[in-house]
Design a protein around this ligand. Structure first.
Ligand code: FE
Length: 132
């Protein structure tokens, strides 16, 4: 069995079906259904697949879109953006730079100072509440 296949079966047993579909098959959770849409706690959002730190509550804001939205990633290098031409649209896909998990898309209608809206599926994230 190849490493990729081993990883897939590990992920399949560890993740929910929705988490697997979103991160491995670019699925999108239905708006307002994700567990972090309204989460206002302080902490760090990690990749559900590889635990890499992706987003901080400091940059989370209410975009009214129904998905967790951030105006900046925690560290630019930890996410990767890729041009996405699927579904007849031109969008910019956001993935985990370490493991390649699909996270969501980034749009240029976010708040200042970045003007960016990282529109991220809750299913791709694991929230770690900060201690203080
Ligand atoms: Fe990852």
């Amino acid at each position: 069995m190849s490493n990729k296949a081993t990883e897939d079966s590990d992920l399949k047993s560890r993740l929910t079906e929705e988490q697997f579909e979103v991160t491995q098959s670019q699925a999108t959770e239905r708006p307002y259904t994700g567990k972090y849409v309204d989460n206002k706690d302080d902490g760090t959002y990690r990749c559900i697949c590889c635990n890499s730190e992706l987003f901080s509550s400091e940059h989370k804001y209410d975009s009214g879109s129904g998905w967790p939205s951030f105006w900046l990633p925690l560290a630019g290098d930890n996410v990767r953006t890729i041009k996405d031409m699927s579904l007849g649209m031109v969008r910019t896909e956001v993935t985990c730079n370490r493991c390649g998990a699909h996270l969501g898309h980034v749009f240029e209608d976010g708040p200042q100072p970045s003007g960016l809206r990282y529109c991220i599926n809750s299913a791709s994230l694991d929230f770690e509440k900060s201690d203080n």
